[in-house]
Write a protein of this length. Structure first.
Length: 81
């Protein structure tokens, strides 16, 4: 059934090439502003996971340094006291 459906879609695409060009993913026949918007949106969505993971790693690193500094301060106070 899937093969028949795929073959029908390919035949439709070959029979109606203008309909295929009108899809949301195809870039042919679009204005420059629309292409730029698609490109910027793609870049933003591609960079977002890296930014979130990088922010999480940075937060963990800073938190670990803060906790280590607190522990060192407590150890210094205990040695004096």
């Amino acid at each position: 059934m899937k093969v028949l459906l795929s073959a029908a879609l390919v035949a439709l695409a070959l029979a109606l090439p203008r309909a295929v060009e009108a899809c949301a993913v195809c870039m042919s026949g679009r204005a420059d502003d629309t292409q730029r918007a698609f490109l910027l949106g793609t870049l933003l969505l591609s960079a977002l996971p890296f930014a979130l993971i990088g922010g999480l790693v940075l937060w963990i690193h800073r938190r670990a340094r803060e906790l280590a500094a607190r522990e060192a301060l407590r150890a210094g106070e205990a040695a004096r006291g």
